[in-house]
Design a protein around this ligand. Structure first.
Ligand SMILES: C[S@@+](CC[C@H](N)C(=O)[O-])C[C@H]1O[C@@H](n2cnc3c(N)ncnc32)[C@H](O)[C@@H]1O
Length: 288
């Protein structure tokens, strides 16, 4: 059975602005310092795994020193096509246009060779889909090639509805979010998915290899301006919960109805926890 998760371009576009606002600055800044030290004047070589339509590249390229050559990897040729269309022209922080190539690959085929001559591997909103073994393979490949990693927007399970920053708990939130967390551990094409355990698995895999970590929260804070995204998340969560606990359909429907009304009437905002992590091999290597 094909368990691969698919993502529409419209969904990725809907979340892009919230992702940009959520990103933690310290891991990205640490990645910039790493690239500047390691590459100095030569072109930095970067790979974005599970790139989708290029949102991570659009965020990172102007915040990192150049010159930069990017390789975007995804199994979805349609999304890669959108990425090419929307990422050119795109410049680094010094105003130099980046170079861009794409590769249609299944990330299950990831091997150490993928990081040969790569300075920085990046991924956003990917690592909760993959398995613990896949993260171990990524960290091992980074260690072998002395390559750094910037892995962003991995869900951490800290999800809540709030009013003016204070929790606004519904009686079924905790149960629903536990059901959702169980669904997030289902196979998304890589074996049992890390889901909300992704941030911890990344920290462990890289710190076990003596990488230096810069780790920070990058939550979505979805207020009135992000209501369409919050509503579509809510619908997706209810669908996932119905799949995970079909016997509890009526309870899920009632929860969904209450939460939808609260969002529609602007009575609550939504907080969805993520984490960003930068991991660099120590000691830092100079230019190669
Ligand atoms: C949640 S999306 C994130 C996309 C993009 N990084 C972003 O932040 O907008 C996950 C991406 O991983 C890709 N993906 C999922 N499973 C994959 C696999 N087995 N091989 C390659 N790409 C995969 C999807 O096609 C999708 O583009």
């Amino acid at each position: 059975m094909n368990t691969a998760a698919t993502f529409s371009d419209s969904w990725l576009a809907r979340r892009e602005h919230a992702d940009q606002e959520a990103r933690a600055t310290s891991p990205t800044q640490a990645a910039g310092t790493w690239l500047a030290t390691r590459c100095q004047a030569r072109e930095a070589r970067l790979v974005d795994l599970g790139s989708g339509s290029g949102a991570n590249l659009r965020y990172l390229a102007p915040r990192l020193p150049g010159p930069q050559a990017w390789r975007l990897v995804d199994h979805d040729a349609g999304l890669l096509g959108h990425a090419v269309g929307r990422c050119q022209p795109l410049c680094d922080m010094d105003g130099t246009p980046i170079r861009l190539t794409t590769q249609q690959h299944d990330l299950n085929a990831f091997t150490t060779d993928w990081l040969t001559d790569v300075d920085l591997v990046t991924a956003s909103a990917l690592c909760d889909l993959v398995s613990a073994a896949w993260v171990e393979a990524l960290a091992a490949a980074c260690a072998q090639h002395r390559c750094a990693a910037l892995i962003t927007l991995s869900v951490d399970g800290d999800t809540r509805f709030c009013v003016d920053g204070a929790d606004a708990t519904d009686r079924d939130d905790a149960w629903l979010f536990a059901t959702l967390a169980a669904h997030q551990h289902r196979d998304k094409g890589f074996g049992p998915a890390l889901g909300t355990a992704a941030p911890q698995a990344l920290s462990t895999a890289f710190s076990d290899r003596e990488f230096r970590l810069v780790d920070a929260p990058s939550p979505w804070r979805l207020g009135p301006a992000q209501r369409p995204l919050a509503l579509s998340l809510l619908d997706g969560w209810a669908d996932a919960a119905r799949e995970q606990a079909p016997e509890a359909r009526a309870r899920i429907d009632r929860w969904w109805q209450r939460r939808r009304e609260a969002l529609d009437q602007r009575r609550v905002d939504l907080y969805v926890g993520h984490r960003d992590v930068f991991a660099a091999p120590e000691p830092d290597h100079g230019p190669r």
